[in-house]
Design a protein around this ligand. Structure first.
Ligand code: GLU
Length: 550
C-alpha cells in the first residue's frame, strides 16, 4: 500500500465510506434558477444575541425573496463552551421572532429536511470521510505538537519578527512519514489532522463578497487543523464539508469570518467542491460618545435578544426595525407598501451597510410605535396580557381582573382609522394606562401656568355639576366651552390668540384642568372617551378629590 493510503488507514481506520457515498446521498437541489440556499449556523455557546437574529433575518429573507431554501444548522463542535439550553434558546428565539426555517432545526427539538443531520456532533463520520480522503491524497497529515511546543514556536517567530503560525518550515510534522506517525501513535501521543496547504503568502486570492464587494487577500499557507484530537472537525473544515453537502449557495455570516475566507476557498478547491458565494455581514454598531463601536455582549443589554422580550418589544416590531437596519431602501418600500409582510420586500445584499449599521433605540421605538398602532385592540389585549403574565405578573392580574374593561381601555384611539402611535413596547403600558386602574392611579394636579387654583376649582365645580356621560364628543366639549366665559376664558382658541390680553386662557386650557383632575396627566388620548370608559362614578369622584385638594 502506498504511504499516504497507509497513513489514512492508520489515522482513521474506522472510516469505511468514500466521499462519493455522501455526494450521492445529498444530491444537488432541484431549485429554480437564481434560488438561493442560505443558512444560519449558530453555536450553542451562549443565548441568542442580536447579531445572530440579524444574520438569520438576512439569510431568511435572501432565501425567501429568491424562492430558495433557508435552513438552520447547529455547530456544536465546541463541547467545552456549550451551554445547557443553548439550542432551545437560539432556535426558540428565532421562531419567536417569526424566523422559521425550511429545513434543519425547524423546532427546538426537531430536525427536518433531506440534507441532515443538521447538527455537527452527529456528523463526525462525514467529516472524517473527507479528511481521510485528503490524507490519502497527501493533502493532510497528523501533527503531534503539544500546546507547549506550538507556543515555543510562536515565541521564536515573534522574537524574529516572523509571521506566527504553523506554516512552511515551521510546520514541524508536514513531512512526517508513516513509520514516524505509527511510532508516535503507538507511544500514545495524541494528534490532530492538519491540512497540507499548497498555498503561498506571495499569491493573492480575490473574491467578490456579495455585501462588501471585491476583496483581495494573501493566499493561505498555514497548515491549519481540520480534525481535532478527538476526531471532531474545526469550524473551517466543517463549514466546507457541510455547506458543500447541504448545497448552500450563499454563506452570509458575520464579518469576523472574512479573514478566514482564504482558508475556506483553499479547502473548497482541494476537496473538489464548488465554493459558495460569500457575503460578510458587518456587526450592528452603537454610538457612544459620538463614536461608533460594535454592540458588545458584555456592555449592552440589547445585545441579548432576551432584552427585547423582557422589555416587551413585539417580535414584529423588532424584525421590522432590523429590516430598516438591514437595507437602506426598506423604509421607502414600507411607505409604499404599508400593509405587506416584510417577506415580500425584494431584498438586495448590496444595499447593506459595509461598515456596520447603527442600532438606535429611538428609531426602534418609533418603528415599533408604528407597528403597534396597526394592531387592533384584541391583538393588543392578547400580546400585552401574555407579556405581563410572564414579565410583570402583578400588572397581568390587574389587566385580566376585568377583561371587558381592559379591552375598552385598549380600544381608545386604537380601533380607528388613524390610531395613535403611543406604545413602543409592552413595558410602557403600565405607566401609560395607569390612570385606568385604581391600584396604579396616582393623582397629580399640576395645572397649566395660566390657570390659578381658584379658577381651576371653580371650573371643576361647575363642570362636576354639568357632566353628562351620555354627551358625545361635541356636546362634551361644548360643556367646557360654555363654562369658559364665566371664568374669563375664551371659548375658542383663535379668539384667545387674537386678543390674548382680554382672556386668561381658552377652553382648551380648561379641558387640560379636567384631564389633570381625571387622569393625573396633561396629555392623554381622547379624554371624552377616557371618561366614558372610566365611568361616571369614577370621574365624579376624581373631580371631587381634585376640588377638595385645591
Ligand atoms: N458557528 C459559526 C458562528 O456561530 C457560524 C459562522 C457561519 O455562519 O458560518 O459564528
Amino acid at each position: 500500500m502506498e504511504q499516504n493510503k497507509k497513513m489514512a488507514e492508520l489515522l482513521l481506520p474506522a472510516v469505511n465510506k468514500k466521499p462519493q457515498y455522501y455526494e450521492e446521498l445529498y444530491p444537488q437541489r432541484k431549485l429554480p434558477d437564481g434560488a438561493r440556499v442560505t443558512r444560519i449556523a449558530p453555536s450553542p455557546t451562549g443565548y441568542l444575541h442580536l447579531g445572530t437574529l440579524f444574520a438569520a433575518l438576512i439569510n431568511r429573507i435572501t432565501a425567501a425573496s429568491t424562492g430558495g431554501v433557508f435552513y438552520t444548522r447547529i455547530e456544536d463542535t465546541d463541547k467545552k463552551r456549550e451551554i445547557e439550553g443553548g439550542i432551545a434558546d437560539i432556535i426558540g428565539g428565532l421562531l419567536r421572532f417569526g424566523i422559521t426555517a425550511d429545513e434543519g432545526f425547524v423546532e427546538e427539538n426537531r430536525q427536518a429536511g433531506e440534507y441532515g443531520p443538521y447538527r455537527q456532533s452527529q456528523r463526525a463520520e462525514i467529516y472524517q470521510t473527507y479528511a481521510k480522503e485528503l490524507i490519502e491524497r497527501g493533502l493532510a497529515y497528523p501533527c503531534f505538537c503539544t500546546a507547549g511546543e506550538l507556543d515555543e514556536v510562536r515565541k521564536i517567530q515573534e522574537k524574529n519578527k516572523i509571521r506566527t503560525g504553523y506554516h512552511g518550515e515551521w510546520a514541524k510534522h508536514r513531512n512526517i512519514t508513516y513509520e514516524e506517525a505509527k511510532a508516535l501513535i503507538n507511544s500514545g501521543k495524541p494528534y490532530v489532522i492538519r491540512l497540507k496547504s499548497p498555498g503561498s503568502e506571495q499569491n493573492t486570492v480575490v473574491f467578490e463578497d456579495c455585501i462588501k464587494g471585491k476583496i483581495e487577500m494573501p493566499e493561505n499557507d498555514e497548515d491549519f487543523v481540520i480534525l481535532k484530537s478527538d476526531g471532531i472537525p474545526t469550524y473551517h473544515f466543517a463549514h466546507a464539508v457541510d455547506d458543500h453537502l447541504m448545497r448552500t449557495t450563499h454563506v452570509l455570516r458575520g464579518d469576523e469570518w472574512i479573514s478566514s475566507v482564504p482558508k475556506h476557498l483553499q479547502l473548497f478547491k482541494l476537496l473538489g467542491f464548488r465554493p459558495p458565494k460569500y457575503g460578510h455581514i458587518a456587526p450592528i454598531m452603537k454610538l457612544e460618545n459620538g463614536a461608533k463601536r460594535k454592540i458588545s455582549k458584555r456592555k449592552d443589554p440589547e445585545a441579548a435578544v432576551h432584552f427585547f422580550a423582557e422589555q416587551g418589544y413585539d417580535s414584529e416590531c423588532v424584525t421590522e426595525y432590523l429590516m430598516t437596519v438591514a437595507s437602506s431602501d426598506f423604509e421607502d418600500w414600507r411607505r409604499a407598501n404599508p400593509d405587506k409582510p416584510y417577506g415580500e420586500f425584494k431584498f438586495n445584499l448590496k444595499k447593506m451597510s459595509v461598515s456596520g449599521a447603527l442600532f438606535d433605540r429611538d428609531k426602534l421605538d418609533s418603528v415599533s410605535k408604528t407597528v403597534v398602532s396597526t394592531f387592533d385592540s384584541s391583538a393588543v389585549f392578547k400580546k400585552l396580557t401574555s407579556w405581563a403574565e410572564e414579565f410583570d405578573p402583578d400588572f397581568g392580574k390587574i389587566l385580566t381582573a376585568n377583561p371587558e374593561y381592559t379591552r375598552r381601555v385598549l380600544s381608545i384611539d386604537r380601533d380607528v382609522s388613524k390610531p395613535r402611535k403611543d406604545i413602543a413596547k409592552w413595558s410602557d403600558a403600565k405607566d401609560y394606562f395607569s390612570y385606568f386602574f385604581e391600584t396604579l392611579y396616582k393623582p397629580d394636579l399640576t395645572l397649566p401656568e395660566n390657570i390659578s387654583r381658584g379658577d381651576a376649582k371653580l371650573f371643576l365645580q361647575k363642570y362636576q355639576a354639568a357632566y353628562d356621560p351620555s354627551d358625545d364628543r361635541t356636546a362634551w366639549f361644548e360643556k367646557i366651552k360654555s363654562i369658559a366665559p364665566k371664568l374669563g376664558f375664551a371659548e375658542e382658541t383663535r379668539e384667545y390668540r387674537a386678543n390674548p390680553d382680554k382672556y386668561k386662557g381658552h377652553a382648551g386650557d380648561l379641558s387640560t384642568v379636567l384631564r389633570t383632575a381625571v387622569t393625573g396627566r396633561r396629555n392623554t388620548p381622547d379624554l371624552c372617551e377616557i371618561m366614558r370608559v372610566l365611568g361616571y362614578d369614577t370621574c365624579i369622584a376624581r373631580i371631587g378629590e381634585a376640588i377638595n385638594s385645591l
